[in-house]
Ligand binder design. Structure first.
Ligand code: GAL
Length: 691
């Protein structure tokens, strides 16, 4: 039961009165733009930052760039509820109606990432507390406690009021909850909830003590309330459970708002939130079990745009719901939060937009439309400057918008399809991060080392959760499936026995559900199927030679020696001379199981050697390339469905590239409709082709 207060009751009564008033004049409704194009170009728009007289010129410019979507409202709490219980939605109604006039639909953000000053001043207990006991002050954003019941009541009320007003607005296509969930909180309420969560999971404290092996360092607990809440320097079982608790808490934080919105909103309006790629503060699969679609904020955090790594993040996001997703924020050439905010090269904004579509995005939205008059992000990339005039990147985005319009019909109802999957496990990433053993063992970097050749050699890869269905895949690769509970292992065993090809990377199968060591050693419950186990792991500070039938190269960062116990377990790679422990020991083994196979690679291999191995795995699994003979640096994406198949070719290189097509195809981006047999792509060039 969420907390109420006399103030909140008054606010509900007032809100009821507002709800009875007509939400939007009929004349404005008539202009609503409900039939948005299948592939949407959009921008984050903050009408609350501007006098209304400035809205229309902005919307005119947006429409001219083929922008048909704006996300509005996600930080506008102080404008929507200027004082407790007094809601002001007239401005938002007018902004939405005006957007409709320019054929621009709206995603509404609930503003709960930016509580107003009156709220945090009157109810300071809503502010989060960090692990060291410091309470946040008002200012900046995301300073609330995600577990605080009073905050949730306020969040529920503002979301409900918004839904009452806009839940049937034909121009509102969906909802974004909050903004980039991230900060957990260690306030007393969060801690009490953690204790209750543990009690529910373990039943008795004796059971918890046993799974956590709390005799170690005298950690034995008599009651659940004695258990500390921490996110580092603690028992690995506790740390893993804290992350799972945080995941469940963000989920319930979301359902609090979903329950407020859903009863008042049309079914066609989706509910999502904007996620942050590989951010591992919580488990996105848990969160997405209550969301309708996945959406992410695609920013390049490094000096160069690494297309493979970015593509992997699209595939990660597509895996949250195992369907198409949105890029709900991306950069108009540069951001403001890196040490040196160099821009993307001219042409790469378009390259990135098409990569998103190629990997299954149905919308690409730029953050932000126009520089705010003031605020923390004055230097961030935009499409229109403070003067309301286009900045140089506007034209590139306009070209993208034009191309989305031209290709929308062909792409509608299509999606990427892969016969190769990479398993991404938050439990495993967390468990490795808690005890890296080798500081350089970064689980996402290791996953991407596998992703690069697989993507290159198969041209379609799904990134999936450990409990996703596996039937559609010929090859499943789990780069470092460190935490491997029996239930997941049983599904992998069934997959292999049914003819699937499973490849495990180093550190797999070491831990159970409780982050405790599996008694069989690695790969734990898969030891019998593999006919081998890991005899010892070693952190490396220099490269170790590795060789075998599939090639030779080096192991870096990590090396495990593998001991086969079955005569039909074949050694694929062995270590060469190094520290004595590794010399001549098996580094990778494989075993055929009926028509399927299980392979274990115990080392972080250099990229060329890993490339040869993945090529062989794909061949054995019978995975076909979508388009053979494509030059390096040209990415091939295919979207299929509704009886259509569309190829998207992107030249990520700085030289022009020639690509021969297997059959004559129509170039959807060119003016003519005649078919072509090959494509010449200039630097950062894109082709969208249909049979
Ligand atoms: C995102 C955030 C936006 C904006 C953007 C700037 O993380 O959701 O509100 O701050 O970064 O790059």
């Amino acid at each position: 039961m969420l907390l109420g207060s006399p103030m909140r009751l008054t606010s509900l009564l007032l809100a009821g009165l507002v709800a009875l008033a007509p939400a939007i004049p009929a004349s404005a409704q008539a202009t609503a733009y409900a039939d948005q194009p299948p592939i949407l170009l959009g921008a984050a728009w903050y009408p609350e930052q501007w006098p209304e007289s400035r809205w229309e010129p902005d919307l005119v410019l947006m429409e001219a760039a083929h922008i048909h979507l704006v996300r509005v409202g996600e930080f506008a709490w102080s404008t929507m509820e200027p004082s407790e219980g007094h809601y002001e939605f007239g401005w938002l109604e007018r902004a939405i109606a005006l957007a409709a006039k320019y054929h621009i639909c709206v995603v509404l953000g609930t503003p709960t990432a930016a509580p107003p000053a009156w709220l945090t001043t009157r109810y300071p207990e809503t502010l989060r507390i960090d692990q060291d006991g410091h309470r946040d002050e008002h200012g900046n954003r995301a300073q609330f406690s995600f577990a605080n019941q009073r905050y949730r009541q306020f969040a529920h009320d503002i979301a409900e009021q918004m839904a009452i007003h806009f839940g049937h607005n034909p121009n509102v296509v969906g909802w974004q909850l909050d903004n980039e969930y991230g900060n957990d909180s260690f306030d007393p309420e969060a801690k009490a909830q953690f204790h209750a969560w543990l009690q529910k999971k373990y039943g008795t404290i004796a059971n918890l003590n046993q799974h956590w092996a709390t005799a170690y360092w005298s950690q034995t607990y008599d009651t659940f309330d004695e258990i500390p809440a921490r996110n580092n320097n603690e028992n690995p079982a506790l740390l893993l459970e804290w992350k799972r608790f945080v995941s469940d808490t963000w989920k319930s934080y979301s359902t609090n708002q979903i329950d407020a919105i859903r009863p008042h909103a049309d079914k066609r309006q989706f509910i999502t939130t904007n996620t942050m790629g590989w951010f591992d503060g919580f488990d996105e699969y848990t969160l997405h079990s209550v969301l309708d679609i996945a959406a992410w904020d695609d920013y390049i955090a490094t000096d160069t745009y690494d297309a493979d790594a970015n593509g992997a993040t699209h595939d990660l996001t597509r895996g949250y719901k195992r369907k198409n997703f949105w890029v709900i924020e991306t950069e108009p050439a540069f951001v403001n939060w890196r040490p040196t905010n160099t821009p993307l090269q001219k042409g790469q904004v378009r390259d990135m937009a098409w990569q998103a579509i190629g990997h299954g995005a149905d919308a690409v939205e730029y953050w932000q439309w126009r520089s705010a008059p003031n605020g923390q992000e004055e230097y961030h990339g935009v499409l229109a400057g403070i003067d309301g005039k286009p900045v140089p990147v506007y034209d590139e985005v306009k070209q993208v918008g034009d191309e989305f319009e031209k290709t929308g019909a062909a792409l509608s109802g299509t999606e990427p399809r892969a016969s190769v999957a990479i398993v991404q496990s938050y439990d495993s990433r967390w468990a490795i991060d808690f005890q890296r053993h080798s500081a350089k063992f970064e689980p996402v970097a290791e996953l991407i080392a596998f992703y690069r050749p697989l993507r290159d050699q198969a041209q379609a890869v799904d990134v999936i959760s450990p409990d996703a269905p596996l039937d559609q895949y010929k090859l499943v690769v789990a780069p470092a499936l460190n935490v491997l509970p029996q239930g997941i292992a049983d599904r992998l065993i069934a997959y292999v026995k049914q003819g699937g090809h499973l490849v495990l990377g180093p550190r797999s199968g070491m831990k159970d559900e409780y982050n405790a060591l599996n008694p069989q050693r690695q790969p734990g419950p898969l030891v019998d199927l593999l006919g081998a186990n890991v005899s010892q792991f070693y952190a490396l500070d220099e490269a170790v030679p590795v060789s075998g039938e599939l090639g030779h190269g080096t192991a870096n960062i990590w090396a495990e020696t593998i001991a086969p116990s079955s005569s039909d377990t074949q050694v694929l790679l062995k270590y060469g001379p190094s520290n004595g422990w590794l010399d001549n020991q098996p580094a990778a083994v494989t075993r055929t199981v009926g028509k399927g196979s299980i392979t274990y690679i115990g080392a972080w291999l250099d990229q060329p050697l890993l490339n040869s191995l993945t090529a062989s795995f794909l061949k054995d699994a019978g995975v076909q390339l979508i388009l053979p003979g494509v030059p390096d640096g040209v990415e091939v994406c295919q979207r299929t469905g509704s009886g259509k198949s569309v190829l998207i070719l992107i030249n990520h290189t700085t030289s022009s590239q020639h690509i021969a097509l297997p059959a004559a195809m129509t170039d959807l981006l060119s003016a003519g409709s005649s078919k072509i047999n090959s494509v010449d792509l200039p630097k950062y060039g894109v082709a969208v082709l249909q049979n």
